[in-house]
Design a protein around this ligand. Structure first.
Ligand SMILES: [Zn+2]
Length: 394
């Protein structure tokens, strides 16, 4: 069901994570969120961080904001994205974490590559019994963000299959069994979140495109199974809230995971069958090569395109953002087009200021196109000349 994006032309948002403030030195670790929030120092830093993240997005004029993934620890490559759920669910031995075996999830980088550190940081609890949601506490974290803004706060989190691939298992008989157990636990958590009023729930990185592009013929672990896992994760949610599927080609330590530009084409038919209201596609870093195919194959859903590259520090000019949106509008009708970043900017590598000005540029560029279409523009306090501290030229 469309909620957050209802009645807005070219709604704007970011993917999720934002760079941590340098003064945010507290980490959750394996503590429960509510337990950590009892601590005065954690609570102050956490709430201040969420406030900064949201305020920056409001100043930039975004329509839909996130809490910047403020519960992530200060991990190598933003490992918390994967590690937070298993460290807070039940059925896992968090006291004795072990490294994820090499090559799991189809990713490998040799020693000497920056992402080898990321692989070494995949230190995860072992599955020892039936998995359930335990202390994920997404609802409490979402409320801590939504209570300080009138803008809709989107809640995003990692897909069940990414977590599944990272774990070693002494309980489930097969990988799909483990995957479905995690998907069911997430589903229960998301229903609580939707019932609490969360206006957008975003499942991050279904592996549909990553398996399709590798062209691996596997009777079990294939894009069809990934669609099934996605649909099980979000079962029943669209009756209550807006469901997004976020896809990209990777972002730990702001790195490209592939040596060359990848295409979504082999995965689009499968993506069109996911039980979601919106699908997001990385598009800026790839120069928009898939826009035509996306417009043709993704029907009946809204499409969010990334117009900001999370891998680079060069802030996109508003004119570049506008050009990308105009290119998308050739293939996707304005009523179904949304504007986002390719992926999160907060998984190690970018400064807060770079992320902030990229977000401002995203909205400035969107406003240029909104003006051409004759639809309302967003107010961008961050770009209001009246408040410049520079003395005007006489
Ligand atoms: Zn992403």
């Amino acid at each position: 069901m469309y909620r957050a994006t209802k009645d807005i032309i070219l709604p704007t948002t970011i993917t999720g994570s934002l760079p941590r403030p340098s003064w945010y030195t507290e980490n959750l670790g394996t503590r429960h969120f509510l337990e950590a929030m009892v601590n005065r120092r954690f609570r102050e830093q956490y709430e201040d961080a969420v406030t900064c993240f949201i305020r920056d997005q409001e100043l930039a004029g975004l329509d839909i904001v996130t809490d910047g993934d403020a519960h992530f620890d200060d991990d190598v490559g933003g490992q918390s994205w994967t590690a937070y759920p298993p460290n807070h669910m039940t059925g896992l031995d968090i006291e004795h974490p072990v490294p994820t075996p090499a090559g799991r999830g189809g990713i490998w980088f040799p020693r000497g590559h920056i992402l080898h550190d990321y692989l070494e940081s995949r230190v995860m609890p072992i599955v020892t019994g039936p998995i359930s949601r335990g202390n994920l506490q997404y609802t409490a974290m979402w409320k801590a963000a939504q209570r300080i803004t009138e803008k809709p706060v989107k809640w995003g989190s990692v897909s069940a299959e990414i977590v599944t691939f990272a774990l070693q298992d002494r309980h489930y008989k097969s990988v799909p069994d483990r995957m479905f157990a995690i998907a069911d636990a997430f589903n229960e958590e998301y229903h609580e979140l939707a019932d609490a009023g969360c206006p957008v729930i975003q499942i991050e990185e279904p592996q549909i495109h990553l398996l399709a592009v590798r062209n691996i013929v596997d009777a079990v672990i294939n894009p069809k199974l990934m669609v099934e896992v996605f649909n099980r994760t979000v079962k029943g949610l669209r009756a209550k809230t807006e469901v997004w599927a976020h896809s990209c080609w990777g972002n730990p330590s702001a790195q490209r995971m592939f040596a060359s530009v990848q295409t979504y084409k082999p995965a689009l038919e499968a993506y069109n069958t996911v039980d979601a209201d919106v699908i997001t596609f990385e598009s800026s870093a790839s120069g928009g090569i898939d826009l035509e195919a996306i417009g043709k194959i993704i029907t009946g859903k809204k499409i969010a395109i990334g117009v900001i590259d999370h891998h680079t520090l060069q802030v996109e000019r508003p004119e570049e953002v506008a050009a990308q949106i105009r290119a998308a509008l050739k293939h996707i009708p304005a009523e179904r087009l949304m504007i986002s970043t390719d992926c999160g900017m907060g998984r190690e590598g970018m400064s807060r200021r770079h992320a902030f000005y990229k977000t401002v540029s995203l909205v400035l560029g969107t406003n240029m196109v909104r003006k051409e279409l004759g639809v309302p523009e967003a107010k961008i306090l961050a770009a209001d000349e009246r408040y410049s501290l520079v003395v005007p030229i006489k």
